[in-house]
Ligand binder design. Structure first.
Ligand code: AVJ
Ligand code: FE
Length: 445
């Protein structure tokens, strides 16, 4: 939980750093070194760039900012500054070769663990509750998710394998639930490793609304396709329609039609699109069009968070839908344990007080909201994490996916991307306004 003794915090930070490095090592050792320097898609960096960038960020924050050390290799800093070179350009830079990049990241890590042992985890905002160490573990896990996207875009046989989620009993609950109107506490001022854009906690008044109990499935999305959804301008925003026409889209990314059936490519294998799984690899524009076709809309970010965190009995906001306990494999599909979402309606133990499932894990969920600062936002510890993105065309995604580790996913966590993006592990659920007639029955005593 949020309050821990210093030794437990240190151990938690150490474990988070080690877990991230295990994941990074897996993602960068399951292919030949020649594949690490190749560009698998102009949308992505070569894997070897992510690897050295992970080490470089760790050096900058844990060795230089926390411990006051000098730069180990100042000449490489500009190569790994994400704002200096767009992804498409990175393969042509004089990057560290795979062996050098591994050696650099390992050397930084050795020193960072030493810094962790010697640093009091209180006294400065950067070190309070081990924040900088938690931030760097999250940063590495975020790039591990980015590298998983690169693996998905890469052609050729599968390099990664993982067991499928265990099938649970089929979901038999309602399709949607009412979240009554009223205020709730959004964001956090107490979660020790929450990033700047999740802060501060503040009250938000949210009118009543209905929200889907599960993410939208492939079967439901296929009905939209079969109904001519991609051919009818009326379902689309103007920019969404332009994207569909320009790129002649007719299905989610990685889908193709063959012999009267939809197939999809997933980490180097081709399989029939599973009907009961949440739809994956859709842009915000496609999610928005589907919702309009269904006579519904995307939930706003505050609706999503209220459905996920608000406890109507205590009026407290929980860390997660199920309570304050950290996620376990029984709560949510996170951390690349599986390389696909679980069927819609899975994870009964992860249900929110309103009865909403899979808010955490499985697929990132597009919301209707633009990425903006909360009232009282302060950039910390660097403007380039969130601040420089506010006011762009970014839409907020919530809840994490099978592709991201629990350390970089919680009830308050905010992700964002351009509304055209489809290579990310994105899906969605829908919502609709509720009126006074939808008020819950008063309890009869
Ligand atoms: C929060 C996932 C949008 O990957 O661009 C990584 C995270 N920031 N390095 C991204 C991030 C700096 C960021 N997202
Ligand atoms: Fe980064």
């Amino acid at each position: 939980g949020p309050t821990m003794d210093p030794q437990a915090l240190r151990e938690r930070a150490r474990a988070a750093l080690l877990a991230a490095r295990d994941r990074t090592t897996l993602l960068t050792s399951c292919v030949e070194d020649s594949e690490l320097t190749a560009q698998h898609s102009p949308l992505m960096s070569p894997l070897v760039w992510d690897l050295a960038h992970i080490g470089n960020q760790e050096e900058q924050w844990l060795l230089r900012a926390v411990a006051g050390r000098d730069a180990m290799r100042p000449e490489i800093d500009p190569l790994y500054d994400a704002f200096e070179h767009p992804r498409a350009e990175r393969p042509s830079l004089p990057l560290l070769a795979p062996a050098e990049a591994r050696g650099y990241a390992a050397e930084v890590r050795g020193r960072a663990l030493d810094v962790l042992e010697k640093t009091p985890l209180h006294g400065t905002p950067l070190t309070d509750a081990g924040f900088a160490f938690g931030m760097i573990a999250q940063h590495e896990q975020q790039h591990d998710e980015t590298m998983l996207i690169t693996h998905q875009l890469r052609s050729g046989p599968t390099a990664l394998t993982a067991p499928d989620p265990q099938p649970g009993p089929p979901y038999t609950g309602p399709d949607e639930v009412l979240v009554p109107g009223g205020p709730f506490t959004m964001g956090t001022s107490t979660e020790p490793w929450a990033l700047d854009n999740e802060r501060p906690a503040h009250r938000r008044l949210v009118p009543p609304f209905f929200i889907d109990t599960t993410p939208v499935t492939n079967a439901a999305y296929q009905r939209f396709i079969d109904d001519g959804g991609y051919e009818e301008i009326r379902w689309w925003s103007p920019a969404g329609w332009a994207m569909v026409r320009q790129n002649q889209l007719r299905a989610p990314l990685f889908w193709r039609r063959e012999g009267g059936q939809w197939l999809r490519r997933r980490f180097g294998t081709v399989e029939p699109v599973p009907a009961d799984e949440p739809v994956l690899h859709v842009s915000w524009y496609e999610a928005d069009a589907y919702a309009r076709w269904a006579g519904r809309r995307l939930p706003s970010e505050e609706e999503w968070e209220k459905a996920a965190r608000h406890d109507p009995v205590t009026d407290r906001s929980r860390r997660y839908p199920w309570g304050d306990a950290d996620p376990t494999p029984e709560h949510a599909n996170l951390g690349q344990r599986h390389l696909r979402p679980a069927p819609a309606g899975s994870y009964p133990m992860g249900e929110s007080p309103f009865g909403v499932r899979q808010l955490i894990g499985d697929v990132w969920e597009w919301t209707s909201s633009d990425f903006l600062p909360y009232p009282g936002f302060a950039a910390f510890p660097y403007r380039e994490y969130s601040d420089v993105f506010f006011g762009g065309d970014y839409k907020v995604l919530r809840g994490g996916a099978f592709s991201v580790d629990a350390v970089a996913c919680r009830g308050t966590f905010r992700n964002w991307d351009h509304p055209v993006r489809r290579q990310i592990f994105s899906g969605f659920r829908t919502a609709r306004d509720a009126g006074p007639a939808d008020a819950p029955e008063p309890e009869v005593s």
